[in-house]
Design a protein around this ligand. Structure first.
Ligand code: PLP
Length: 427
């Protein structure tokens, strides 16, 4: 690993230069060994529960190679659309390994999820009738709870009271008996109320809310839950001075709440499920681009061959992504740059007024710029505005070899949705 602890890159400059010769910039690079090690640490921390299951949220890195790696580490998938269900299937993730947490769901997607044997996680009370009408009520069913005023939200996902997701408390208490009347026999409860939250106390509190509702359900309706699903939302330290969340501390905190609430109520064993993504793969992905232009106006600008279409978090949320320059990891940060892409949008800036070492620019000789922590919600959020073609994805294998797991988009891809009549030259 090259660089400071916590903000490293798995290749030396010489190794990266070799990769770039075969795969021109920009591209995403993912570190398989790092992701596997991280997945094992998560499972180890949560082995204090009788049942733990992580369903990786496919939306964060929708590549079947990655899902396969995570499946080998014992993770399932969390899907929210038909293509995501198919990606899980492609990676060999089947049946109850798949959680289908969707909202405003079309009938066809419910039908496919049911046919695959996925666990349906209903987002709304009205979807009970919709599911029954358009498909069927399965034996195992989950409902998504929105605690509303009982829980404060955070910046990305907003306040639960204003969030569009889930059932109210009253609806949850009505929904499970109704689902039982309609034939369901196994029950689960889900919530997700935060995004990118680094404070373990926040997630422990979320678990406590679900545990208390599990007990209330048992007392009021006689329905016993098989598992609770804590959703996603565990944060990562995007800034070098931040600390990663301690898995053991989090798991032990949830275990204490379990011992205080679930054990005395006689509800042990209750499964603990999660749908984490960011914390699973985020720190193990990098966007590599070349500095091709330098511009000197009211500010100093560095122009990359990648743009916001490859990574939109900085433009969308003003999110911080750490940047290092290959071979200059330890060089003094003597310059102040705005590091930008080529989109005709002024918020296409990977970094604003960032202190960095002096950067050399040039179409084939410029410095290689490494943008950190893009292994989740990175390329997946990309788009084609301005006719920008999204970059490809490389996987660094534990033996040091590189596998292309998605090629760059081509102009043919960009035109593929046009009627063929317009593509043929009229002669
Ligand atoms: C996005 C999402 C996740 C994953 O969130 P992370 O913050 O990446 O852990 C999990 N579940 C649902 C329902 C989501 O929408």
């Amino acid at each position: 690993m090259i660089g400071r602890p916590g903000k490293s890159f798995p290749l030396s400059k010489a190794q990266l230069e070799k990769v770039v010769q075969q795969y021109p910039t920009p591209f995403y690079l993912y570190d398989e060994a790092g992701i596997r090690q991280n997945a094992r640490a998560i499972r180890q921390a949560f082995s204090c529960f009788p049942v733990f299951k992580e369903h990786y949220a496919v939306k964060a890195l929708p590549n079947p190679f990655m899902l396969k790696i995570l499946a080998e580490e014992g993770f399932g998938a969390d899907c929210s659309s038909l293509p995501e269900l198919l990606l899980a299937e492609m990676a060999g993730i089947r049946g109850e390994e798949v959680m289908f947490t969707s909202n405003e769901t079309p009938a066809q997607e419910y039908q496919t999820a049911l046919n695959m044997g996925a666990i349906i996680n209903l987002d709304d009370f009205t979807h009970i009738a919709f599911l029954e009408q358009k498909a069927r009520i399965p034996e195992l069913i989950s409902c998504r709870y929105n605690p509303g005023p009982l829980k404060a939200g955070n910046a990305i996902i907003g306040n639960p009271e204003e969030a569009k997701y889930g059932f109210t408390r009253e609806q949850i208490l009505k929904a499970f008996p109704l689902l039982r009347d309609k034939g369901a026999r196994r029950f689960a409860l889900h919530t997700m109320v935060a995004s990118n939250e680094l404070n373990p106390a926040y997630h422990i509190e979320t678990a406590r809310i679900l545990f208390e509702l599990a007990v209330e359900l048992q007392v009021k309706t006689g329905i016993r839950l098989e598992f609770v699903n804590l959703g996603g939302g565990v944060g990562i330290p995007y800034k070098p001075e931040q600390e990663p969340l301690n898995y053991a501390y989090l798991a032990e905190g949830i275990r204490k709440a379990y011992d205080a609430i679930i054990l005395p109520a006689g509800l042990d064993p209750l499964g603990i499920h999660t749908e984490w993504a960011r914390v699973v793969s985020g720190p193990y992905g990098w966007l590599v681009a070349r500095a091709i232009h330098g511009k000197h106006i009211y500010r100093e600008y560095i122009g990359l061959d990648g743009c916001m279409a490859d990574l939109m978090r900085p433009g969308l949320y003003g999110a911080y992504h750490h940047i290092t320059i290959a071979g200059k990891e330890d060089a003094p940060a003597t310059e102040t740059y705005d590091v930008v892409g080529s989109l005709c949008e002024n918020n296409d800036k990977f970094a604003v007024q960032r202190k960095l070492p002096k950067i050399e620019v040039g179409e084939s000789t410029g410095d290689l710029v490494v943008i950190h922590d893009v292994g989740a919600h990175g390329r997946a959020m990309g788009f084609n505005y301005n006719g920008k073609l999204r970059c490809g994805e490389l996987l660094l294998r534990p033996d040091g070899s590189i596998t292309l797991i998605r090629r760059k988009e081509t102009i043919e891809d960009y035109f593929a949705t046009l009627p063929s009549s317009i593509l043929k030259p009229k002669t």
